[in-house]
Design a protein around this ligand. Structure first.
Ligand code: RB5
Length: 143
């Protein structure tokens, strides 16, 4: 599986820690920026990620801003993108099983590194259930 990560300045510190951690784990996590703590605009960062996911360059993505909210709003405006803020283990699993979420979102100023790793590992290893009712609802999102 190929993963990508991107953040604005509010998520930069957490992004750097995740890139370092997953590199040591041997997990492919491509860093799409930002490259410093200098202020930048989360909609532009979100769109870099959504373009890459829609082009199937990566299987799943991680987006981070200060709260996780602005960048998830931006990502979810794009058809075919299902970005979910992960705030506990059940949500991390259920949003893959039920929503087939393709982007995990975190609040860099709100969430602990240890929790984020736990949630993303559940997210990336859980498959979409493919049950009819879930597939139907996902189709309805894009109609
Ligand atoms: C940046 O200060 C902050 O507004 C941004 O990271 C994000 O939290 C917006 O939702």
């Amino acid at each position: 599986m190929k993963y990508a990560i991107a953040s604005d300045h509010g998520g930069f510190e957490l992004k750097q820690k995740l890139v370092e951690y997953y590199k040591k784990q041997g997990v492919s996590l491509c860093d799409l920026g930002t490259d410093s703590e200098e202020s930048c605009d989360y909609p532009l960062i979100a769109h870099k990620m959504t373009n890459a996911i829609k082009a199937k360059e990566f299987d799943l993505g991680i987006l981070i801003c200060g709260t996780g909210i602005g960048i998830s709003i931006a990502a979810n405006r794009i058809k075919g993108i299902r970005a979910a803020v992960l705030y506990n283990e059940d949500v991390a699993r259920l949003t893959r099983e039920h929503n087939n979420a393709n982007i995990a979102v975190f609040g860099g100023r709100m969430q602990k590194f240890e929790d984020v790793i736990k949630y993303f590992d559940i997210f990336r290893t859980t498959k979409f259930s493919e049950e009819n009712r879930h597939q139907r609802r996902i189709c309805e999102l894009d109609e």
